[in-house]
Design a protein around this ligand. Structure first.
Ligand SMILES: C[S@@+](CC[C@H](N)C(=O)[O-])C[C@H]1O[C@@H](n2cnc3c(N)ncnc32)[C@H](O)[C@@H]1O
Length: 227
Protein backbone atom coordinates (compact mmCIF):
# COMPACT_ATOMS: atom_id res chain seq x y z
CA UNK A 1 0.00 0.00 0.00
CA UNK A 2 1.44 3.43 -0.89
CA UNK A 3 2.68 5.24 2.24
CA UNK A 4 0.63 8.35 1.43
CA UNK A 5 -2.61 6.33 1.42
CA UNK A 6 -1.64 4.65 4.69
CA UNK A 7 -0.57 7.89 6.39
CA UNK A 8 -3.80 9.63 5.47
CA UNK A 9 -6.13 6.69 6.03
CA UNK A 10 -8.99 7.90 8.24
CA UNK A 11 -11.40 4.99 7.98
CA UNK A 12 -13.32 3.15 10.67
CA UNK A 13 -13.37 -0.21 8.92
CA UNK A 14 -12.36 -1.91 5.73
CA UNK A 15 -15.38 -2.10 3.41
CA UNK A 16 -13.45 -3.87 0.63
CA UNK A 17 -13.05 -6.80 3.04
CA UNK A 18 -16.80 -7.51 3.02
CA UNK A 19 -17.92 -5.99 -0.32
CA UNK A 20 -17.41 -9.26 -2.21
CA UNK A 21 -15.89 -7.43 -5.18
CA UNK A 22 -15.67 -9.65 -8.27
CA UNK A 23 -13.41 -9.41 -11.26
CA UNK A 24 -14.64 -6.87 -13.83
CA UNK A 25 -16.83 -4.91 -11.42
CA UNK A 26 -17.12 -1.12 -11.16
CA UNK A 27 -16.68 0.15 -7.60
CA UNK A 28 -17.46 3.70 -6.45
CA UNK A 29 -15.87 4.92 -3.19
CA UNK A 30 -17.81 7.78 -1.56
CA UNK A 31 -15.37 10.05 0.30
CA UNK A 32 -12.28 8.16 -0.89
CA UNK A 33 -9.78 10.34 0.99
CA UNK A 34 -6.21 9.47 0.01
CA UNK A 35 -7.34 6.31 -1.78
CA UNK A 36 -6.60 3.36 0.51
CA UNK A 37 -9.87 1.56 -0.29
CA UNK A 38 -9.72 2.47 -3.99
CA UNK A 39 -6.39 0.69 -4.31
CA UNK A 40 -7.72 -2.38 -2.49
CA UNK A 41 -10.97 -2.33 -4.52
CA UNK A 42 -9.40 -2.07 -7.94
CA UNK A 43 -6.92 -4.81 -7.09
CA UNK A 44 -9.91 -7.08 -6.39
CA UNK A 45 -11.78 -5.91 -9.51
CA UNK A 46 -8.84 -7.01 -11.67
CA UNK A 47 -7.70 -5.81 -15.05
CA UNK A 48 -11.29 -5.57 -16.42
CA UNK A 49 -12.62 -3.70 -13.42
CA UNK A 50 -12.36 -0.11 -12.36
CA UNK A 51 -12.86 2.14 -9.38
CA UNK A 52 -14.16 5.68 -9.10
CA UNK A 53 -13.29 7.82 -6.08
CA UNK A 54 -15.14 10.96 -5.05
CA UNK A 55 -14.04 13.39 -2.35
CA UNK A 56 -14.83 17.05 -1.85
CA UNK A 57 -11.27 17.80 -0.75
CA UNK A 58 -9.08 18.49 -3.76
CA UNK A 59 -6.03 17.86 -1.59
CA UNK A 60 -7.28 14.35 -0.79
CA UNK A 61 -7.98 13.71 -4.48
CA UNK A 62 -4.41 14.83 -5.31
CA UNK A 63 -3.08 12.35 -2.74
CA UNK A 64 -5.31 9.59 -4.12
CA UNK A 65 -3.92 10.30 -7.64
CA UNK A 66 -0.44 9.89 -6.18
CA UNK A 67 -1.33 6.62 -4.41
CA UNK A 68 -2.92 4.96 -7.45
CA UNK A 69 -0.10 6.13 -9.73
CA UNK A 70 2.45 4.66 -7.33
CA UNK A 71 0.68 1.29 -7.59
CA UNK A 72 0.48 1.50 -11.41
CA UNK A 73 -3.33 1.56 -11.24
CA UNK A 74 -4.02 5.01 -12.68
CA UNK A 75 -5.62 3.65 -15.87
CA UNK A 76 -8.25 1.78 -13.84
CA UNK A 77 -9.09 4.49 -11.30
CA UNK A 78 -11.09 7.66 -11.95
CA UNK A 79 -11.02 10.44 -9.37
CA UNK A 80 -13.36 13.39 -9.00
CA UNK A 81 -13.62 16.32 -6.62
CA UNK A 82 -17.28 16.46 -5.65
CA UNK A 83 -19.98 16.27 -3.02
CA UNK A 84 -21.28 12.74 -2.44
CA UNK A 85 -24.73 14.19 -1.71
CA UNK A 86 -24.84 15.44 -5.34
CA UNK A 87 -22.86 13.10 -7.54
CA UNK A 88 -22.01 13.99 -11.10
CA UNK A 89 -22.06 10.34 -12.16
CA UNK A 90 -24.58 8.69 -14.48
CA UNK A 91 -27.38 6.42 -13.24
CA UNK A 92 -26.68 2.69 -12.85
CA UNK A 93 -22.91 2.91 -13.31
CA UNK A 94 -21.71 0.93 -10.27
CA UNK A 95 -21.79 -2.72 -9.25
CA UNK A 96 -20.68 -1.80 -5.74
CA UNK A 97 -20.69 1.42 -3.71
CA UNK A 98 -18.30 1.48 -0.77
CA UNK A 99 -17.66 4.16 1.84
CA UNK A 100 -15.43 4.25 4.89
CA UNK A 101 -16.27 6.62 7.74
CA UNK A 102 -17.77 9.39 5.63
CA UNK A 103 -21.59 9.33 5.69
CA UNK A 104 -21.58 10.26 9.40
CA UNK A 105 -19.93 13.54 8.41
CA UNK A 106 -22.65 14.44 5.91
CA UNK A 107 -25.53 16.59 7.10
CA UNK A 108 -27.86 15.18 4.40
CA UNK A 109 -27.54 11.40 4.76
CA UNK A 110 -30.80 10.93 2.86
CA UNK A 111 -29.29 12.61 -0.20
CA UNK A 112 -26.11 10.52 0.05
CA UNK A 113 -28.04 7.23 0.12
CA UNK A 114 -30.37 8.38 -2.70
CA UNK A 115 -27.31 9.16 -4.81
CA UNK A 116 -25.73 5.78 -3.97
CA UNK A 117 -28.99 4.08 -5.01
CA UNK A 118 -29.20 6.05 -8.25
CA UNK A 119 -25.67 5.22 -9.40
CA UNK A 120 -25.95 1.50 -8.52
CA UNK A 121 -27.02 -0.96 -11.18
CA UNK A 122 -30.14 -2.96 -10.28
CA UNK A 123 -28.86 -5.83 -8.16
CA UNK A 124 -25.84 -3.73 -7.13
CA UNK A 125 -24.77 -3.49 -3.53
CA UNK A 126 -23.53 -1.22 -0.76
CA UNK A 127 -20.65 -2.04 1.62
CA UNK A 128 -20.31 0.67 4.25
CA UNK A 129 -18.29 1.34 7.41
CA UNK A 130 -19.69 4.19 9.43
CA UNK A 131 -20.14 5.69 12.87
CA UNK A 132 -23.53 5.65 14.60
CA UNK A 133 -24.91 6.39 18.04
CA UNK A 134 -26.63 3.75 20.13
CA UNK A 135 -29.11 6.40 21.25
CA UNK A 136 -29.94 10.00 20.37
CA UNK A 137 -27.87 12.67 22.12
CA UNK A 138 -29.19 15.98 23.47
CA UNK A 139 -29.44 18.70 20.77
CA UNK A 140 -27.23 21.09 22.84
CA UNK A 141 -24.51 18.42 23.03
CA UNK A 142 -24.74 17.78 19.27
CA UNK A 143 -24.46 21.51 18.68
CA UNK A 144 -21.36 21.74 20.85
CA UNK A 145 -19.76 18.81 19.00
CA UNK A 146 -20.60 20.40 15.66
CA UNK A 147 -19.30 23.84 16.55
CA UNK A 148 -16.07 22.31 17.90
CA UNK A 149 -15.69 20.19 14.74
CA UNK A 150 -15.57 17.02 16.86
CA UNK A 151 -14.39 14.80 14.05
CA UNK A 152 -16.84 12.06 13.26
CA UNK A 153 -19.05 12.65 16.31
CA UNK A 154 -20.83 15.86 15.36
CA UNK A 155 -22.79 14.32 12.50
CA UNK A 156 -23.37 10.79 13.75
CA UNK A 157 -27.02 9.88 14.20
CA UNK A 158 -28.88 7.23 16.20
CA UNK A 159 -28.94 3.80 14.57
CA UNK A 160 -32.73 3.47 14.19
CA UNK A 161 -32.74 6.73 12.20
CA UNK A 162 -29.76 5.55 10.14
CA UNK A 163 -31.45 2.23 9.21
CA UNK A 164 -34.69 4.05 8.41
CA UNK A 165 -32.85 6.26 5.89
CA UNK A 166 -31.18 3.23 4.24
CA UNK A 167 -34.41 1.26 3.95
CA UNK A 168 -36.61 4.22 2.94
CA UNK A 169 -34.16 4.90 0.11
CA UNK A 170 -35.14 1.50 -1.30
CA UNK A 171 -32.22 -0.68 -0.20
CA UNK A 172 -33.13 -4.23 0.79
CA UNK A 173 -31.40 -7.11 2.53
CA UNK A 174 -29.59 -4.81 4.96
CA UNK A 175 -27.09 -7.01 6.80
CA UNK A 176 -24.92 -5.85 9.70
CA UNK A 177 -21.52 -7.42 9.18
CA UNK A 178 -20.09 -6.12 12.46
CA UNK A 179 -20.90 -3.59 15.18
CA UNK A 180 -18.19 -2.51 17.59
CA UNK A 181 -18.98 -0.30 20.57
CA UNK A 182 -16.06 2.13 20.78
CA UNK A 183 -13.96 2.21 23.93
CA UNK A 184 -13.52 5.54 25.74
CA UNK A 185 -10.07 5.96 24.14
CA UNK A 186 -11.50 5.25 20.69
CA UNK A 187 -14.29 7.80 21.23
CA UNK A 188 -11.71 10.40 22.26
CA UNK A 189 -9.61 9.72 19.16
CA UNK A 190 -12.67 9.83 16.90
CA UNK A 191 -13.78 13.15 18.36
CA UNK A 192 -10.49 14.71 17.27
CA UNK A 193 -10.21 13.01 13.87
CA UNK A 194 -8.17 13.75 11.73
CA UNK A 195 -5.92 15.02 14.60
CA UNK A 196 -5.98 17.45 17.52
CA UNK A 197 -4.16 20.10 15.45
CA UNK A 198 -7.20 20.22 13.09
CA UNK A 199 -9.96 19.39 15.51
CA UNK A 200 -9.47 20.29 19.19
CA UNK A 201 -10.85 17.67 21.59
CA UNK A 202 -14.29 18.35 23.14
CA UNK A 203 -14.40 18.85 26.91
CA UNK A 204 -13.99 15.70 29.05
CA UNK A 205 -17.48 16.36 30.45
CA UNK A 206 -19.04 16.33 26.96
CA UNK A 207 -17.06 13.25 25.96
CA UNK A 208 -18.22 11.37 29.05
CA UNK A 209 -21.83 11.90 27.89
CA UNK A 210 -21.26 9.77 24.76
CA UNK A 211 -18.94 7.16 26.19
CA UNK A 212 -20.42 3.71 25.65
CA UNK A 213 -22.87 5.10 23.08
CA UNK A 214 -20.78 5.34 19.89
CA UNK A 215 -20.53 2.42 17.50
CA UNK A 216 -18.52 1.57 14.44
CA UNK A 217 -20.91 -0.27 12.14
CA UNK A 218 -20.21 -2.26 9.00
CA UNK A 219 -23.09 -3.31 6.77
CA UNK A 220 -24.11 -4.40 3.32
CA UNK A 221 -27.37 -3.77 1.46
CA UNK A 222 -28.70 -4.38 -2.04
CA UNK A 223 -30.51 -2.36 -4.69
CA UNK A 224 -33.27 -4.74 -5.80
CA UNK A 225 -33.41 -5.95 -9.39
CA UNK A 226 -36.73 -5.42 -11.18
CA UNK A 227 -38.83 -8.62 -11.08
C1 LIG B 1 -12.79 10.29 7.91
S1 LIG B 1 -12.21 10.66 6.28
C2 LIG B 1 -12.25 9.01 5.53
C3 LIG B 1 -11.45 8.97 4.25
C4 LIG B 1 -11.31 7.59 3.60
N1 LIG B 1 -12.60 7.02 3.29
C5 LIG B 1 -10.49 6.66 4.48
O1 LIG B 1 -11.03 5.63 4.90
O2 LIG B 1 -9.32 6.97 4.73
C6 LIG B 1 -13.61 11.45 5.55
C7 LIG B 1 -13.43 11.88 4.10
O3 LIG B 1 -14.70 12.24 3.59
C8 LIG B 1 -14.60 13.40 2.81
N2 LIG B 1 -15.96 14.00 2.80
C9 LIG B 1 -16.70 14.38 3.87
N3 LIG B 1 -17.91 14.83 3.47
C10 LIG B 1 -17.95 14.71 2.11
C11 LIG B 1 -18.91 15.02 1.13
N4 LIG B 1 -20.12 15.53 1.45
N5 LIG B 1 -18.61 14.79 -0.17
C12 LIG B 1 -17.39 14.28 -0.50
N6 LIG B 1 -16.42 13.97 0.39
C13 LIG B 1 -16.70 14.17 1.69
C14 LIG B 1 -13.50 14.21 3.49
O4 LIG B 1 -12.90 15.14 2.61
C15 LIG B 1 -12.52 13.11 3.91
O5 LIG B 1 -11.58 12.82 2.92
Amino acid sequence: MPQIALDLSRGCGAPVGFAGIQSGEVVVDLGCGAGIDLVLAVERAGSDGRAIGIDFSSRMIERAHQAVAEKGLADRVELHVGDIAKLELPDSIADVVISNCVVNLCPDKDAVYHEAYRILKPGGRLAISDITLMEEIAPELRERFQSAGAGCLGGAIAEPDYWRIVSETGFRDVQTVNRHLLSDDEVRALASCPGEEFCPPPSPADLSLVEGKVASVKFTAAKPSPT
